[in-house]
Write a protein that binds this ligand. Sequence first.
Ligand code: GLN
Length: 205
Amino acid sequence: MTGINIGVLAVQGDVAENISAIRMAMDDLGMEGVVSQVKTPEQISDLDGLVIPGGESTVIGTLSLINGSMKKIKEKIASGMPVLGTCAGMILLSKKAKDRVVGEMEQPLLDYLDIKIERNAFGRQKDSFEAEISLEKIGIPKFRGVFIRAPSVVDAGKTVEVLSKVDEKIVAVKQGNIIGTSFHPELTEDLAIHKYFVNLVQKKN
Ligand code: GLN
């Protein structure tokens, strides 16, 4: 195979939107490679980069734990594979997550990003909103963030770069090759974040 191999974890959530955003980002950059849905540890082991989409982190985490994907993703992260986690995806990448209303609960996490998450930090589905944000540190001065039952980062360790905030709440982070966003870049036409990510995958390759 020529080019990079990017997978979108396809357990639950907005998989199709991320596949098309990655495809368009690669095409716009004239990059060779494939992007496909991945579910099994075998499919994950072949990847150069992974997107964990938004959805319901408890569902994605529990099902991925059962079929062995969580373990495989952890191994790949340890070997340096870039991952983009949007919304539920960022929750899954974190070391600690609690819900704004329900509080602490058992849920499988990948235990990588040194952050504490507050799930549903901005309220329920009806409190979804869009906001103009900025991710200057990765060269994206303006971006339209779509927030749907979005988490926020309430605490970030020293190795974590804070990329963006909304109302004093941290909504995007980077640690090594791992990026997490509270919002859904795949639901806007702006491909800047997906392009940044595919470039990261290309560089690592
Ligand atoms: N609130 C969801 C969770 O905690 C995430 C929402 C989303 O991904 N849009 O898993």
